[in-house]
Design a protein around this ligand. Structure first.
Ligand code: PLP
Length: 407
């Protein structure tokens, strides 16, 4: 059971938190513990001003000149996707020219899946994936298969059995690193190596990884990846997503959505598609300037952040939450589903509860905002940039109160 006042050891952890100063860079509504930054990241304070400036100054005053104006100082709209890509690249262990920004994660999944199939070994037709993968990843694979006349096989197996199913006829392995329900984290490097030993091309969905902990795609030798701009990157609702294509694939990988903004020289208006250098070729259409500007500004919050320190704090926050709730698992039908093993944990903690939907509604009414996920999951996301151990303690007290009120 949690005590009435913040325990000393948690106060001490907050007192020596190297990221404590980052909290002031976010707008956080009063009276709320926001544990849903893994669904929609909180608003970085500098974003509204930037969006207003882009709208009024650049759109309003400069109008079409903004596409090229300020190119020397890096303010032109044309290269905005590339500047945002460079900021994301740093967080995911990629080179800037291996990242393309724009569209949704779903659309980017289509692009990289098509690219991965294009460089996969000839004759292979199996896409291997986690049976519990996020729906959009499964749906996009189904849609691509239908487009290809049903010539592929989407093989769905439990994540723990991936290794046994990685046979040498699998074309592409499509995995989400952190499970959106349980928060279980996969070994990106180890699984990539296993897949490549079988000649299989990897596609990683980093929706709950990018900005949540350090990711090292090139250190893992990963082939392709996608990720989300509005979760741990705090780019705002519907923020542009990103994709990663390892440099060694640029020459061979097909560009399935070969739009003019991925052309080497868009305003040449040539008849045939000549891809731009690097991953820019995957930027299909006109950059979404307003939302890209918000994401660009939001990413600057990470500029001085040591991602190893961020990971250490994330684990400390999730450990603390698990410890505080541990006594409740004996009193209530509350079951931890997030791995205790640090290596296998993302930046969220989830529990099963038979009335999870109702419990989460109670919690949200009490200002503890997490998520309910079907069928019976209570999901709490932790964002080291703006959470303290005091927040974790307050959230744990809220969970206890909600469970006691319902029992
Ligand atoms: C949130 C999420 C997405 C989001 O896809 P959108 O196209 O942005 O809606 C994709 N994959 C996973 C694993 C996610 O958690």
């Amino acid at each position: 059971m949690t005590t009435l006042t913040l325990p000393d050891h948690l106060m001490a952890l907050d007192a020596r938190d190297p990221l404590a100063h980052k909290r002031s860079e976010f707008h956080l509504p009063r009276g709320v513990v926001y544990l849903d930054g893994n669904s929609l990241g909180a608003l970085p304070r500098r974003v509204p001003e930037r969006v207003a400036q882009v709208a009024q100054g650049e759109w309003g005053e400069q109008l079409i000149r903004s596409w090229t104006a300020g190119a020397e100082e890096g303010r032109d709209w044309m290269a905005l996707p590339d500047r945002v890509a460079a900021k994301i690249a740093r967080l995911i262990g990629a080179a800037p020219h291996e990242v393309a920004v724009g569209d949704s994660t779903s659309v980017n999944t289509f692009k990289v899946l098509a690219a991965a199939l294009g460089v996969a070994q000839p004759g292979r037709r199996i896409i291997l994936t986690d049976a519990e993968n996020f729906p959009t990843d499964l749906y996009v694979a189904q849609g691509l298969n239908a487009l290809l006349g049903g010539t592929l096989e989407l093989r769905r197996v439990p994540a723990d059995d991936i290794e046994t199913h990685l046979t040498d006829d699998v074309a592409v392995l499509l995995l989400t690193q952190v499970d959106y329900r349980t928060g279980r984290r996969l070994d990106l490097k180890g699984i990539t190596a296993q897949a490549q030993a079988k000649g299989t091309v990897t596609v990683w969905d980093l929706a709950h990884s990018a900005g949540a902990f350090p990711v090292d795609l090139n250190g893992a030798g990963a082939d392709f990846a996608v990720g989300c701009g509005y979760k741990f990157l705090n780019g705002g609702p519907g923020a542009p997503a990103f994709l990663f294509a390892a440099e060694r694939h640029h020459a061979q990988a097909p560009v399935a959505i070969s739009g003019w903004m991925g052309h080497a020289d868009p305003f040449e208006m040539a008849r045939d598609f000549t891809p731009a250098p690097g991953a820019r070729r995957f930027v299909a259409g006109t950059p979404m300037v307003l939302s890209l500007s918000a994401l660009d500004e939001a990413l600057d919050v990470f500029a001085d952040v040591d991602m190893e320190a961020l990971r250490a704090k994330s684990l400390s926050l999730t450990d603390t939450f698990i410890e505080l709730l541990e006594p409740l698992t004996a009193r209530f039908p509350l079951t931890l589903v997030t791995p205790l093993d640090h290596a296998r944990r993302g930046s969220q903690v989830s529990y099963r509860h038979p009335q999870a939907r109702e419990v989460m509604a109670d919690l949200i009414a009490a200002g503890i905002i997490g998520d309910f996920r079907t069928p019976d999951i209570l999901r709490f996301g932790f964002t080291p940039l703006y959470h303290s151990h005091a927040d974790v303690w307050q959230a744990a007290r809220g969970v206890q109160a909600a469970l006691e009120a319902r029992a």
